[in-house]
Design a protein around this ligand. Structure first.
Ligand code: BV8
Length: 253
């Protein structure tokens, strides 16, 4: 049964049942997507891109095939995103999640985002399910390298192959440790919060399904209720930068 909570007023309404579940939770698992960074000015993955990139679909660019076909174009895209993110600041949603960590016995934060904003907001041990925008990796060896990131297409100092951004592209496997830790946390948690994600990208979106199959309380926070939320206990329609600080305040009070 799903309780969709419309939050169009100034103060979001956090369902009493969710507050109770969070107050008594032993382990909270949180999955975030691009939506939690939207209020920091970082475009979500499915929003139309701006400027030079408006004619490109990120789903077409974030692939190994696109990189092999035109590494210079892909590097230009990632440098544009690095500059966007470097100029962005964590928003109240990121900050509230960092605070939530100190209010519950155990919190596992899994993010699909590659922007590092959770860490800049003070969250530690963040599981970066899709890697990190600012890491450079050898395309052939896969290892993190220290290279001249300003070159049009940086090369690996060890083997001379092209270097790529340290993110997980479509068609690539999720890093094994991130996958195992995230699946284990989703299966073990008492509360699962799905925040700012369209729940369209797998296997990340499968984490909420794993939690739903246990007796965990599952809630979504998103201004646009997703199709997956029909199976959740709560769907809170609102921006995470407004809802999360209110949720934390309710738990603290
Ligand atoms: C893999 C890094 C296999 C790159 C990204 C079933 C099972 C397994 C795989 C698949 C499957 N079905 C299909 C697949 C293949 C594919 C996939 O899921 N495709 C989709 C398009 C159907 N999955 C994969 O390829 C994955 N790999 O499965 O490998 C394998 C196994 C072994 C060996 C080899 C291979 C890898 C997927 C990783 C792709 N990389 N990012 C980069 O960033 O450049 S994913 C990319 O999408 C971003 O990380 C983004 O975070 C992610 C998901 O999108 P969202 O975060 O949800 O963002 P989106 O824009 O969609 O939505 C934003 C939401 O926020 C919206 O709902 C909006 O309403 C909301 N919002 C807006 N404002 C706010 C807000 N919410 C709250 N507050 C606000 N203010």
């Amino acid at each position: 049964m799903n309780n969709t909570v419309e939050n169009r007023g100034s103060t979001p309404i956090i369902p009493e049942g969710l507050i109770r579940a969070l107050r008594s939770a032993r382990h909270v698992c949180v999955l975030t997507g691009a939506g939690i960074s939207a209020e920091s000015g970082v475009p979500t993955f499915r929003e139309a891109q701006s400027g030079l990139w408006e004619k490109y679909n990120p789903l077409d660019l974030a692939t190994p095939e696109a990189f092999l076909q035109d590494p210079a174009l892909i590097w230009r895209w990632y440098r544009w995103r690095r500059e966007l993110v470097a100029a962005a600041m964590p928003n109240p949603g990121h900050i509230a999640l960092a605070k939530l960590t100190s209010l519950v016995p155990r919190l596992t934060l899994v993010t699909q985002n590659v922007d590092g904003l959770h860490q800049r907001a003070g969250s530690e041990d963040v599981i970066e399910f899709h890697g990190n925008l600012f890491a450079d990796r050898c395309f052939t060896e896969g290892c993190v390298v220290d290279c001249d990131s300003d070159a049009e297409v940086p090369v690996c100092p060890t083997c001379g192959c092209n270097v790529r951004p340290g993110v997980v592209w479509f068609g690539e496997a999720i890093p094994e440790m991130a996958l195992n830790q995230s699946f284990a946390a989703a299966a073990d948690c008492d509360v699962f919060l799905s925040i700012g994600t369209s729940s369209l990208v797998f296997p990340a979106a499968g984490l909420a399904e794993i939690a739903s199959e246990t007796d965990a309380t599952v809630a979504e926070i998103n201004p646009n209720t997703t199709g997956m939320a029909a199976g959740f206990d709560y769907a809170i329609a609102g921006n995470s930068g407004t809802v999360l600080p209110e949720l934390v305040a309710c738990i603290e009070s």
